[in-house]
Design a protein around this ligand. Structure first.
Ligand SMILES: [Zn+2]
Length: 452
């Protein structure tokens, strides 16, 4: 390449030299006259003068371009580097947030804010940095400022919900969740958080609407939605019953039972209302269907109540009729053992307890065995033996929360310990097949903060 260039220049120089020689060999003169001025010159000098003039013009033009263009080019370069520095601060700030370094994050956030004149971009970093540093007001200010821009409004609401929960302000969190739900009703965490918040403050009707929207938008699985709706209907039915609207209460309870007869609380509530409405026959049918799907001692108690039977021996017959719908379940044997014990049929009670206990009888079986031995007049050693076994026996079925595993005396729709809705199940410990879904974390915070 370079040799080619040298050759070209060499050729140009040769041509110029030949031209000069040619001009020198052919001298000629040029005479110009203008308003009394007279110029005498040779052709060669004139040609050189013309070339010099052209060169000066080109030089002047380049100089003009440089002078006029420079300030803008300089400004442009300055702005460019400012933006670049701003983005670098932003990146470093986000990295500091991820690493949990509050001071570093705040330092970068401040610099990014100064360098980048684009609030939506830097606000999130400022908010997160403030949050990390425990600066509630700063975080609230930044999250609130995010509401101004339509692109960051949803993110701002999410931050504000978290802030409100941390501050233990349930009504504020609920209001922000409602706004977020209006913006994006298809977002799972919004639906789940709003639903749990509404349930926790007892807004059953509103919670049901949220749930139904979630189901329509496929954010809530059909099966889960069905049982949650049934439990909400139970709560609405309870409220109607408290207000003295037994007919409304019954209608709601019936709808709930139609949706989820496998939930003990649903069966129990519906049958209880039917007994209250003096419809013992239907109450028994309800309990029999519920027992077949999910037996529980409370259902057996209601069944006895519905039968109106007071003779201990006849009560065994009543229980036998109930448990025939689910003969092999431990609850069926325990119910039979209990009824036999009350009728002083020790042998029958022992037989059912042995079946219920199997190879490692749980606490309830051991206690009932001790009671049978005690009341049948057996030796004290036998009684003590069973009580000692009860101390080391595997835990019983109980109302346990599937979200936080907390145990409760009685069933309730909202877990007292974690605030999740509809998670209490009648189970032995360690029998939950699922782990805590991420969206319940917000719910956990909501509930635990509500209590502090
Ligand atoms: Zn819980």
């Amino acid at each position: 390449m370079t040799t080619l260039r040298v050759l070209i220049w060499f050729a140009i120089a040769a041509v110029a030299m030949l031209l000069a020689v040619w001009l020198a060999e052919r001298p000629g003169s040029v005479t110009a006259e203008w308003h009394g001025w007279r110029l005498d010159s040779s052709v060669g000098v004139l040609l050189v003068a013309v070339l010099v003039l052209i060169g000066l013009c080109i030089g002047g033009w380049l100089l003009y371009r440089w002078i006029v263009g420079a300030p803008f080019a300089l400004l442009e370069g300055w702005g460019e580097s400012r933006k670049k520095r701003g983005y670098r601060e932003l990146t470093q700030g986000l990295a500091a947030v991820a690493a949990g370094d509050a001071n570093e994050a705040q330092r970068h956030a401040r610099k990014a804010e100064q360098l980048l004149a684009e609030p939506p971009i830097t606000l999130l970093l400022s908010a997160q940095a403030a949050q990390l540093a425990g600066d509630r007001d700063g975080a609230n200010r930044a999250f609130t400022a995010m509401l101004e821009d339509e692109h960051t409004a949803f993110l701002g609401l999410r931050g504000l919900i978290g802030q409100a929960l941390r501050e233990g302000d349930q009504s504020k969190a609920l209001a922000y969740a409602e706004r977020a739900f209006k913006l994006k009703p298809q977002t799972p965490w919004v639906v789940h958080s709003l639903f749990d918040m509404q349930a926790q403050v007892g807004q059953w009707k509103a919670a049901q609407e949220t749930l139904e929207t979630g189901q329509r938008r496929k954010v809530v699985a059909a099966d889960k939605g069905r049982t949650l709706k049934a439990l909400l209907l139970v709560e609405r039915s309870r409220a109607a019953d408290r207000d003295g609207n037994i007919n409304d209460a019954l209608a709601l309870a019936r709808e709930a039972f139609g949706l989820a007869p496998e939930r003990i609380a649903v069966t129990q509530h519906f049958a209880g209302l039917q007994i209250k409405a003096r419809d013992a026959k239907r109450a028994q049918k309800t309990l029999e269907r519920g027992w077949a799907l999910a037996p529980h001692p409370d259902l057996a108690m209601l069944y006895l109540e519905a039968s109106g039977e007071s003779d201990p021996l006849k009560r065994i017959g009543v229980i036998r009729r109930l448990v025939s719908h689910n003969e092999n379940d431990i609850e069926s044997h325990l119910a039979m053992a209990q009824a036999s014990l009350e009728a002083s049929l020790w042998g029958e009670a022992r037989r059912h307890l042995e079946i219920a206990g199997g190879t490692s009888p749980p606490v309830r079986v051991c206690r009932l065995m001790a009671e049978v031995e005690e009341r049948s007049g057996a030796e004290q050693a036998k009684v003590h033996d069973w009580l000692a076994r009860a101390a080391d026996a595997p835990a019983d079925r109980a109302w346990r929360c599937t979200a936080c595993s907390a145990q409760h005396e009685t069933w309730r729709s909202v877990c007292e310990s974690c605030g999740a809705f509809g998670t209490l199940q009648w189970r032995a410990p360690g029998t939950f097949g699922h782990v805590l879904p991420p969206e319940t974390r917000a719910e956990l915070e909501f509930a635990s903060n509500g209590k502090k």
